[in-house]
Design a protein around this ligand. Structure first.
Ligand code: DQA
Length: 143
């Protein structure tokens, strides 16, 4: 099984940005956690991060025929991007939405998720562990 893990804008700043909300661990720490977990589960994983909406769309499109599922934290684009929603719908791959913080307890503008309607599951507020839960959900979905 091959899973693509996508992180959107400002998630490369983990550990620096708002540590009270997102924690003190870095994006490199997140990548290591995910790679170790994938190895333990015997699956292949690719990690991708971009601050650019079009680059995220390109990466989702390129997953077609090459991956069995997508884990995505679209970050701020969660709340704005029809293009990312359409890309996920276009490739038709099982996709899990992840947010490190509990977005449902934050500002009103974070209550909107365009991508959610195209996802098999949404995980919020579990910190980095949410990504591992998302991998589990894709493995379970693929059985
Ligand atoms: C986030 C929540 C978003 O509202 C925010 O814009 C992010 C990160 C999260 O992981 O909690 O950049 O997706």
């Amino acid at each position: 099984m091959k899973i693509l893990v996508i992180n959107g804008p400002n998630l490369n700043m983990l550990g620096i940005r708002e540590p009270d909300i997102y924690g003190k661990n870095t994006y490199a720490d997140l990548c290591e956690l995910i790679r170790d977990y994938a190895a333990k589960k015997g699956i292949e994983v690719k990690l991708f991060q971009s601050n650019h909406e079009g680059a995220l769309v390109d990466e989702i499109q390129a997953a077609y025929g090459n991956f069995d599922g997508i884990v995505i934290n679209p970050a701020a684009y969660t709340h704005t991007s029809v293009a990312i929603l359409d890309a996920v719908k276009s490739v038709g791959l099982p996709t899990v939405e992840v947010h490190i913080s509990a977005v449902e307890t934050r500002e009103d503008f974070r209550q909107v998720s365009y991508i959610r309607q195209a996802c098999i599951k949404t995980i919020t507020g579990l910190g980095f562990d949410g990504y591992l839960g998302a991998i589990d959900a894709l493995i379970e979905n693929g059985k």
